[in-house]
Design a binder for this molecule. Sequence first.
Ligand SMILES: [Fe+2]
Ligand SMILES: [Fe+2]
Length: 184
Amino acid sequence: MNYKELLKQRLSEKRYVHSLAVANEAVRLAVKYGCDEEKAYLAGLLHDVTKNTSREEQLKMFNDFGIMLDDVSFAAEKLWHAISGAAFCEKVLGITDAEILSAIRYHTTAKADMTLLQKVLYLADFTSADRDYDDVDVMRSLVDISMEKALDYALSYTIKDLVQQGRQIHPDTMEAYNFVKEKI
Ligand SMILES: [Fe+2]
Ligand SMILES: [Fe+2]
């Protein structure tokens, strides 16, 4: 299957460009940190495959695939595409690699004790060339120094941002944060 063509059909131009940029950044980090480059590329390319998928279509996928969302995930629609995206890659695209699927599954919330590929994708989503937010320069320099330092910064940034917006924080994100804090 030509994944780029599929993404062009499913995503906005901006999100398509982002997907290519994350794939490239994931490969760069994979080379730097000794992760499988092909897996990093594929995970990066496909991580937002359902990002522009409607609420209704995603709810149908959850139903069809027997996926139960926890309360925090259900309330935060931004988190849905990680769950529906991993399911889409597995059930529709037939991707069987559990590492790739779980990297996509946790690319938004993160989780405790992440695999190298999960970290690569999570961080590449913050530092890809198309990204532009206040602290992107800090993130880009940290990711070249240490994955753990970059994770600490990214998770702290995310949690602060969610608190400022008065939003809930997914338990996986809190566990990721607590785990990283023990390591550094
Ligand atoms: Fe995403
Ligand atoms: Fe993304």
